[in-house]
Design a protein around this ligand. Sequence first.
Ligand code: ANZ
Ligand code: ZN
Length: 828
Amino acid sequence: MEQPYLPQEVEQEAQQFWDYHQSFTVKENLSKEKFFCLAMMPYPSGQLHMGHVRNYTIADVIARYNRMLGKNVMQPMAWDAFGLPAENAAIKHKSHPAAWTYNNIKQMRKQFQRLGFAYDWSREIATCKPEYYRWEQQLFVKLFKKGLVYRKLSTVNWDPVDQTVLANEQVVDGKGWRSGAVVERRDIPQWFLKITAYADELLDDIKKLDHWPEQVKTMQSNWIGRSEGVTLQFPFEDSEDILETFTTRPDTLYGVTYLALSAGHPLVKAAAKDNPDLQAFIKECSFIQVSEATVATMEKKGMDTGLRVIHPLSKKSLPLWVANFVLMDYGTGAVMSVPAHDQRDFEFAQKYDLPIQPVIKDPQHPNWDYTESAMTSKGTLINSNDYEGMDFDRAFDAITNHLEARQQGKREVHFRLRDWGVSRQRYWGAPIPMIHCSECGPVPVPENQLPVVLPEDLPYDGANSPLKTTPEFYQTACPDCGQRAERETDTFDTFMESAWYYTRFACRNQTDAMLDDRAKYWTPVDHYIGGVEHAILHLLYARFIHKVLRDEGLLNSDEPFLRLLTQGMVLKDGAKMSKSKGNVVDPNTLIDQYGADTVRLFTIFAAPPEQSLEWSDSGVEGSHRFLRRLWTCAQENTWMKSYSQLLKDKQAPKIDWASVPQEYQKSRRELHLILQQAHSDYDRLQFNTVVSGCMKILNLTSKLNPKDEPCYQHLLHEGFSILLRLLAPIAPHITHALWRQFEFGEAIIDGPWPKTNSEAMRTSEMELILQVNGKLRDKISIDADSDNECIEKQALAQERIQPYIENKVIKKVIIVPKRLVNIVVGDK
Ligand code: ANZ
Ligand code: ZN
């Protein structure tokens, strides 16, 4: 009797099996190679979308595959549970961030379980729990004591109506999202982590990341932005003061036609004292949030300060401007402008009619017209006095040495990377464990008083953080002098939680310390999977904290993630699936309709992991049909179960493969070639072609003919046992069920991974002698089944006979079957 394919039953049964056997609960095991597989933890928004399904399926395939290879695989799950969306949702649904978050976690956990992900749930982490963030607080205190934490004024978005700080996302067109009031900028004291102390190492170690996408490495190194340059001094014309500028192009010094200051530069503030126009301009600049990306494209604006400085070499007098494209917190906040060779300087000079002086010649750009555009490439110096004719390197050294000798210049390395501001003026986050005492200043909360627990039940209306208005929270005593003091009411940036969570999985149940030796066993993460939107900050912060934890003696590696996979997007009709576009496909409905295996199979089959996946309803149908065919084909061959028994008892008939009909030899060869290919596809992360391989095997086995040969059973059985294992990481439930039903072995999750049989793969090749006009010139090896046309083609293509047939007419080709090929040529 045939059993129909009922995915819901099959999947529930498999999940119960794993659950009952605690299949994915792992321990340290020194006899096996460990493999830590992790997908970036999700934000518990409550709603699983196809992007999640894809991301976590890819990770699960990697985890399950490595387990079948015999490794000790840990794959855990965590929830990035703090953050702004919970606050917003709480207001919207008139609930509480904590209630909303915990409820969402419950929902999403259920959905993940339905998808059959091989997680060790005993290690589950929710970052909003004090048992988790207490260690983060402890680390912060340690770093404070080490001098890696400091406090400084920093600008925030201030809503003057709600009297609250806004996150960048809460500023819409320069206005507060709730009040609609024009947002002001305010400087308030905030906590910083000294990531810049690790800038060099963070940059150097990118070299070690052999298995990261090049693109991500480039983004990391641009973000760190190491620049070797020179700080040069320009004396003021009318005073003893000196203006310092940072440049990476001292070779262009003779091309400087003006200098430009940031609006925030102290000299500008001074110059604006009796200059209302300048004051207005400064104000205008301070409202623009200048990110570096916008600097390149925004309209260049500026004003002449009226001050003048002296060129250090030519001694010419140069004007000093204020310009909106000069950043205050890079270099010295001042630039020497070379409009001929820098695009920003060029646009500015054009706009304000400042002179342009070319000083570099580049043979690559012979027709360059300096009144049209800047030529930014390096070249040979012109119009540069003593330095005429030098190339970049020589000019760099000569000019810099000259000025250094006169103490007008200094070689310096600057980083674009800024220290990490971790203070957020929000409620739903981990409290920063500091106490402000009017006598002693900021004092860390003593370690034995940690954690500083976030009260989860404070009334919350979406405006100010209730921590700031709840005396029970903020009133405390100074740990140093015992006087009344106030707790810090800011909370951590949620990137703090995600910067170290992967380490905590190793010892999730450790209550006495952040980490223990198990962290050294499990870290680094062997394969990390996530969205490219985290390619900069999250990964950089995690790399930083990893090095910090290593320096604390808690970890013994330099980098957190050995291998990184950034999965592509899920698109529908060419656009990103998103709620706002209304093109969302709900995974739950799909699982109800087709089962988890179909959903998993479709997301894997539709595209290689790193490329975007175009949604297709017919693709889902197709995946489902394949699974049904697999199931049916298996049920039509229930004898496979007794054949498994025969094999186990070594009672199966011995087969002499060399003497079975060609058809069988060919099929078996193909089977093993597919297996070999699938193995390499798994290693190359081309899972979609593994699925094609599985489909080929199914076609192959169902076409086997004739069915009365003794090797038929063997081959079909072998084909199934390979197919099921290749497919198991992708569609784990159906393969689990069939594997057990036909008693191929114990649980399929433990493999073993099938091995290719080299004998089966051997081709029946024949060797042919290759002659030209009857003389032996070469030998060729060729598939025994080849026809004459094919033999002739290959013979003529042999490299070693080319000299004999070039410029000749081929009169005929004689083929003596299984022996030789004779090419008869004559002169043209
Ligand atoms: C003269 C010059 C000539 C420059 C030239 C470039 C090309 P990187 O390489 O990214 O470090 N710069 C310096 N401080 C700045 C600031 N606070 N805001 C905006 N721009 C600033 O960039 C270094 C270059 O950026 C410096 O070299 C300076 O312009 C500019 F043909 O000096 B350069
Ligand atoms: Zn005190």
